[in-house]
Design a protein around this ligand. Structure first.
Ligand code: MTE
Ligand code: LUZ
Ligand code: MOS
Length: 759
C-alpha cells in the first residue's frame, strides 16, 4: 500500500501550516532575539520600531498574563527574557505588524543594552563550574573496579560528537485565531499538540479546554518540534490573546537555525577492558552532554544515552555516568535517536581503539560481544535479542569476507584513493523512557454511508504514521482503504496526547485504533448475527460461524447478501453506537530511577549495517559507496514506508557523522547559520548504494501487528560511515593518530591523511 499522502504531495496539494488560508485581518509576528549569549538586560528601546510602518504592537515579558515559563521537564525557561538573556537567539520581544515584511523590518529597529556576563560553551567547563541541569546519573552492572583485574587489555580514550541541525523542510511556525469567549485555536507545526496546549494555558493563564491545537501534518520534525514548536505557538497565542486578531509566525530559515536548539553535542571518556579472546569484561564511560541554556528535553535525552551506552553488546561490568551541562547555547533538544546515537558512538570508538591497538578487525570484537536473548542490559531489562541473527545474516548475505578482500585489493592497487569498511550493529529500545508517556487514544467514527473517520494523537511528519493507522482500520474492518480518512491531530478530539516521538506513534496510536475498531466490529458482528440468523431462518439459539471479509458477511464460509454498508446502516437503525474512543498503554513496562533498574522498553529493534567508503587522498573528499543493511522490521506493515524510513535515517545519520558541522564561536554565536556554511547531504553525497534486507521475525513483541517501530533506529547505521572513513585514512597513513571527533569532515580527513607523528 502506498503512503496515503503521496498523491497530494506530488501535486503540491498537501496542507502544511503555510497552506492554511488566512483569515481577513491576519497579523504577522517576528521575534527580536538576544544578540549576546549571556547578559543582564539594562534597557530595551522599542520606540523607533513602534513607529515603523504597519507595526501594531510590541510585546515583552511584562505582557505575559500567566507564568512566563515554558520548561517542559524543569521550569527553567522563559518565553520572553525578563531580566537576563542566556543564549544568542533567546527571544526578548515580539513585534506584531500587518505584514511579515513590516514585522521583520521593525525587529531590526529595536535596541537593547545588555551588560555582558561570562559565557560558557563547553560542557566540561560547565561541569567544572557546577552548572548542571540535573544531578548526574549512573547506570551500573556488575563491578568494574574489581573487573579491571581480570582484563588482559585495557584501553582508554575520549570522544566528541557534534550537534546537528534538524533542517526539517518546513520551518517552525504557528497560526493563532481568536475564538468566542476568549478561547484560542492554534494551528501549530508541532509533534506535540498537547505540549503547545498545556504551555499556552500556563502562559496565558487560561484553562486547557480553552486552547485548541490542530495539526494536519509537518514538513518534517525529526525531534526538533517535539518540544520547541511550543515557543512559536505561544508567541502567536500571546499576540492573539491581547489583540483578539489572528496572528501568524512562520520562521525564516535563518531565524530558525539561530533561535532553536539542535542535537546535543557530547564530550565523553571511555575505558574498555577485554580478556584474551576479546570478550569485553568491563566498560566505563562518562558523558558530558552540552544541554544549552535550559533543560528542555535534556534530562530525558541524557537518560537515553545511558540506556544505549552499550549498544547491542552484552558487557558484564558496566559503569556509565552522565552529566547534563548548562552552557550558553540555545537549549538543545530531541533529535532522531534522542541521545542514543551519542552513547553508541562512544562504545564503537572504544571497540575501534581496542581493535586498532590489538591489530585486529573491530568486527572480531563486535561479533564476540553481541547480545543474546537472556542477557541483561545495564538497566536490568532482559534482552529478547535479534542482534546475532541480524549480524549473521548480514555477514552471509553480503559476503563480508569478500567485501574486506575487495577493499584490501583496492587499497594495494591504488595510491591516491583508499577504501574503508566498517560494520555497525544497532540496538534501540522502543518506548518513551518516561513510562507515563506511553499511552495513546484513538477516536473512530463509522458513518452511516460506511465511510470511516479516525482521529488519534499521532502527528504525520512524513514518516507515514497516518498510512499505518489507516491500514490498521482497513484490516480490522476488512474494508477498502479508500473508505477511511485520517483526520488532523486535534486536542479537542483527542486529549492529553504524548508527542509523536520515540518512534512509538504507530505502535501506541495504532494499537488504540485497533482496540477501537475491534469494539465497533464486535457490535457489528452481533448485528450481523441477529440479522443473518433471521434472514437465514436458523434456530435462534445457535450462531453459525460467520466473518466479515472484504466488505462482505460470510456465513459458514458462504457469502451472504449482507455487505459492510448494509450492516452499518442496520446497526444505526438498531440505535447501536458506530463510534468508539479507545485507550492503549503497553503492558509490562516500568522503571525505578532510584535503583536505575527496570523494564523501560516494550521491546528493542536490532540490525547491522556494512558501510564502505572511498576517499580521495589528494583532496580529502570522499564518497560513501554502499550501505548494506539487515534490519529487524519485525513483521513489516508497509515495506515501502519502512524502507523509506531506513534510507532517510541512514542518510541523516551519515550527515551527522561526516559533513554536518555546527560551529558556535567562543561568544556563543552560531557561525554555521545558513545553508551556505552548514552542509547537509544532498543528492550527490548520499551513498551510491543503499540495500536494505529484512530480518522478518514473527516473534511476539508489543508492536502493532508485530511490525516493529522503525522511525529512529536506522539513523544509527550512519555511525558506520565515520569508522569506515577512519579505516580508509589509516590505509593511506597508518601512523595517523586520529581523535574520535565527529563529524569526519573532508577537512579532518585531509589533515589526518598528512598528519605526521609527533617527533
Ligand atoms: N521521517 C520523516 N519523513 N520525517 C520526520 O520528521 N521523524 C523521525 C522518524 N522519521 C521523522 C521521520 C523521528 S525523530 C521519530 S521519533 C519518528 O519518525 C516518529 O514517528 P513514528 O513514531 O511514527 O515512527
Ligand atoms: N522523547 C521522549 C523521545 O520524551 N522520551 C523518549 O524516551 C524519547 N525517545 C526517543 C525520542 N524521543
Ligand atoms: Mo523523535 S527524536 O522521538 O521526535
Amino acid at each position: 500500500m502506498k503512503n496515503i499522502d503521496s498523491y497530494t504531495h506530488v501535486r503540491g496539494e498537501s496542507v502544511y501550516l503555510d497552506d492554511i488560508p488566512l483569515v481577513n485581518g491576519t497579523l504577522f509576528a517576528s521575534v527580536f532575539d538576544s544578540p549576546v549569549a549571556h547578559g543582564k538586560i539594562i534597557s530595551l528601546n522599542t520606540d523607533e520600531a513602534m513607529s515603523m510602518p504597519g507595526v501594531v504592537r510590541i510585546f515583552t515579558a511584562t505582557d505575559i498574563p500567566g507564568e512566563n515559563q515554558i520548561g517542559g521537564i524543569i521550569p527553567d525557561e522563559e518565553l520572553l527574557a525578563g531580566t537576563h538573556v542566556h543564549f544568542c537567539g533567546m527571544p526578548i520581544a515580539l513585534v506584531v505588524a500587518t505584514s511579515d515584511k513590516e514585522a521583520k523590518a521593525a525587529v531590526k529597529k529595536i535596541k537593547a543594552v545588555i551588560e555582558p556576563l561570562p559565557i560558557i560553551t563547553d560542557p566540561r567547563e560547565a561541569k567544572e563550574k557546577g552548572e548542571l541541569i540535573i544531578p548526574p546519573r549512573t547506570f551500573q552492572l556488575g563491578d568494574t573496579t574489581t573487573a579491571w583485574n581480570q582484563c588482559k587489555h585495557i584501553f582508554e580514550g575520549s570522544t566528541e560528537t557534534n550537534g546537528q541541525e534538524h533542517l526539517y523542510i518546513e520551518t517552525q511556525g504557528a497560526y493563532a485565531l481568536p475564538q468566542e469567549n476568549g478561547a484560542i485555536r492554534i494551528y501549530s507545526s508541532t509533534q506535540g499538540p498537547t505540549a503547545v496546549q498545556r504551555t499556552a494555558a500556563r502562559v496565558l493563564s487560561l484553562s486547557m479546554n480553552q486552547i485548541e491545537v490542530d495539526t494536519t501534518r509537518l514538513g518534517g520534525g525529526f525531534g526538533g518540534k517535539e518540544d520547541q514548536a511550543t515557543t512559536w505557538g505561544l508567541m502567536c497565542a500571546l499576540a492573539t490573546y491581547h489583540l483578539k486578531k489572528p496572528v501568524k509566525y512562520a520562521l525564516h530559515r535563518i531565524e530558525d537555525m539561530r533561535m532553536t536548539g539542535k542535537r546535543h553535542p557530547y564530550s565523553s571518556d571511555f575505558k574498555i577492558g577485554l580478556d584474551t579472546d576479546y570478550k569485553i569484561i568491563a566498560y566505563e564511560a562518562t558523558f558530558y552532554q552540552n544541554a544549552g541554556a535550559a533543560a528542555d528535553l535534556s534530562p530525558a535525552v541524557m537518560e537515553r544515552t545511558l540506556f544505549h551506552c552499550t549498544n547491542s553488546y552484552f558487557i558484564p561490568n558496566v559503569k556509565a555516568t552522565a552529566y547534563s551541562c548548562r552552557t550558553h547555547l540555545p537549549p538543545n533538544t530531541a533529535f532522531r535517536g534522542f541521545g542514543g546515537p551519542q552513547g553508541m558512538f562512544v562504545i564503537e570508538a572504544a571497540i575501534a581503539k581496542a581493535a586498532e591497538q590489538l591489530q585486529i578487525y573491530p568486527l572480531v570484537i563486535q561479533q564476540k560481544n553481541l547480545l543474546k536473548t537472556g542477557d541483561v542490559f545495564p538497566y536490568g531489562q532482559i534482552a529478547q535479542s535479534e542482534a546475532n541473527e541480524c549480524w549473521d545474516k548480514a555477514i552471509k548475505l553480503y559476503d563480508v569476507k569478500k567485501l574486506q578482500q575487495e577493499v584490501a585489493d583496492f587499497n594495494s592497487a591504488n595510491k591516491l584513493y583508499k577504501r574503508g569498511i566498517a560494520l555497525m550493529p544497532i540496538c534501540f529500545g522502543i518506548s518513551f523512557t518516561k513510562t507515563m508517556m506511553n499511552q495513546a487514544r484513538s477516536l473512530v467514527h463509522v458513518y452511516t454511508d460506511g465511510s470511516v473517520g479516525i482521529s488519534t494523537g499521532a502527528v504525520e511528519m512524513g514518516q507515514g504514521v497516518n498510512t499505518k493507522i489507516l491500514q490498521v482500520a482497513a484490516k480490522i474492518f476488512s474494508i477498502s482503504p479508500d473508505k477511511i480518512k485520517i483526520n488532523s491531530t486535534n486536542t479537542w478530539r483527542i486529549a492529553n496526547t504524548s508527542p509523536t516521538a520515540a518512534s512509538a506513534a504507530a505502535d501506541l496510536n495504532g494499537k488504540a485504533t485497533e482496540i477501537a475498531c475491534l469494539k465497533i466490529l464486535e457490535r457489528l458482528k452481533s448485528v450481523a448475527a441477529e440479522e443473518c440468523i433471521l434472514s437465514a431462518d436458523i434456530g435462534k439459539t445457535e450462531i453459525p460461524p460467520f466473518e466479515l471479509k472484504e466488505e462482505w458477511v460470510y456465513i459458514n464460509g458462504e457469502k451472504t447478501d449482507w455487505n459492510w454498508n448494509k450492516l452499518v446502516m442496520a446497526a444505526y437503525i438498531k440505535r447501536i453506537s458506530l463510534s468508539e474512543l479507545a485507550h492503549y498503554t503497553p503492558p509490562g513496562i516500568h522503571y525505578d530511577a532510584n535503583k536505575e533498574k527496570g523494564h523501560p522498553f516494550a521491546y528493542h529493534v536490532y540490525g547491522t549495517a556494512i558501510t564502505s567508503v572511498t576517499i580521495d587522498c589528494l583532496r580529502g573528499i570522499y564518497e560513501v559507496d554502499a550501505v548494506k543493511v539487515v534490519h529487524d522490521f519485525g513483521s513489516s506493515m508497509n515495506t515501502m514506508i519502512d524502507i523509506g524510513q531506513c534510507e532517510g535515517g541512514i542518510v541523516q545519520g551519515i550527515g551527522w557523522m561526516t559533513m554536518e558541522e555546527i560551529v558556535y564561536d567562543k561568544e556563543g554565536k552560531l557561525r554555521s547559520n545558513a545553508l551556505s556554511t552548514y552542509k547537509v547531504p544532498d543528492i550527490y553525497s548520499v551513498p551510491k548504494e543503499i540495500t536494505i534486507n529484512s530480518l522478518e521475525t514473527e516473534k511476539d513483541n508489543l508492536a502493532i501487528f508485530r511490525s516493529k517501530a522503525v522511525g529512529e533506529p536506522p539513523l544509527m547505521y550512519g555511525i558506520g560511515a565515520y569508522f569506515a572513513l577512519r579505516n580508509a585514512v589509516k590505509a593511506f597513513n597508518p601512523a595517523a593518530v586520529i581523535p574520535y571527533d565527529a563529524p569526519m569532515t573532508p577537512e579532518k580527513v585531509l589533515m589526518s591523511l598528512y598528519q605526521t607523528p609527533n617527533p
